[in-house]
Design a protein. Structure first.
Length: 322
């Protein structure tokens, strides 16, 4: 635990080796339990949080011996320890565990569930899990998935594991593969999309990600798996972890994802509903491989019945068209 001294409601913390390498915003979210992310970013933006006497970006990684000033905050939301998930969510998350050991936990995240609470959602995976595991001393998201994406989600159970995973992610040693259904017949073979992306582009009142020449580097590799007349199933692997990366890159090359309300094709999506019954984004994180503590962890999450039924409908439509 960080060394803490309180003065007039202000806390002065010294970061220990246990929390070294953790992002500042994630550290504050854990220290200020129940605080919404908007509050965390507001006190950082206003300079009320001081790191070694100065301002710091939310993404700044803490080091052993850092001095952190945390202002008093009034939490208007319930402490997550008092949060009780519904029996339905409790059972779904217990059944979603794909792999677990003393360092990591891997879930098959359901589509439609955010990984953490935010301005539009009261809770996510991390809040649900902490409520289900009140005795767990440490549990943090190691990476993120979009709310509408299903599949392998990795969480760390120790600070050391979190630092190791984050280092492996930064150096490209974690392999994440996705299954994505895209519009049209894919005739490119394996294809690499190396296109920079920029976040928070405001369009029609909605913040989106765009493919632009002066954005942050982003690389996605697509490989065809199954080809149909109406749509194609691809495997996508990402060398970078930008927001909405697969969705934007697929749309950028003329093959938007099925069921993608942000970047997709509404006519195609309507056809997918009517002909195949697809009512969600078809993007699934199907495998995860990472090195940790001298071993390799490999986990896979099969497609659920809903997505398998969509592929079967496409296969039967192909047969009828012959």
């Amino acid at each position: 635990m960080p060394v803490s001294v309180s003065t007039g409601g202000v806390r002065h913390l010294e970061i220990t080796s246990e929390h070294a390498g953790q992002r500042l915003d994630n550290f504050l979210l854990r220290e200020l339990k129940g605080a919404p992310k908007s509050l965390i970013y507001r006190i950082l933006r206003k300079g009320e949080v001081r790191l070694n006497g100065g301002r710091a970006q939310p993404s700044r990684r803490l080091q052993t011996g850092d001095k952190l000033r945390v202002p008093p905050v009034r939490l208007g939301e319930r402490d997550e320890r008092a949060f009780r998930p519904s029996p339905e969510w409790a059972e779904r998350l217990r059944a979603a565990v794909l792999y677990e050991d003393r360092e990591v936990l891997v879930l098959d995240k359901p589509a439609g569930l955010a990984v953490h609470k935010g301005s539009e959602v009261d809770y996510g995976v991390i809040e649900l899990l902490r409520a289900l595991r009140p005795q767990e001393p440490f549990l943090e998201l190691a990476h993120r998935l979009d709310r509408d994406t299903s599949g392998c989600l990795l969480l760390a159970r120790t600070p050391a594991a979190l630092r190791s995973i984050q280092d492996a992610l930064r150096t490209g040693r974690v392999e994440k593969r996705y299954l994505a259904l895209v519009r049209g017949y894919w005739n490119h073979g394996p294809r690499e999309v190396n296109q920079p992306l920029r976040r928070n582009v405001l369009r029609g009142g909605e913040r989106l990600v765009e493919a632009v020449s002066d954005g942050k580097p982003a690389l996605t590799r697509f490989r065809p798996v199954s080809l149909f007349k109406l749509a194609s199933l691809l495997e996508a692997s990402i060398a970078t972890g930008r927001t909405h990366q697969i969705r934007v890159h697929a749309a950028h090359i003329g093959h938007p994802l099925a069921g993608d309300a942000k970047y997709g094709d509404s006519v195609f999506d309507r056809a997918m509903v009517e002909q195949c019954g697809l009512r969600r984004l078809f993007l699934h994180a199907h495998s995860l491989n990472l090195p940790l503590g001298g071993r390799d962890i490999a986990v896979s999450a099969p497609l659920n019945t809903e997505l398998k039924d969509v592929l079967e409908s496409l296969r039967l439509a192909n047969l009828r068209a012959r």
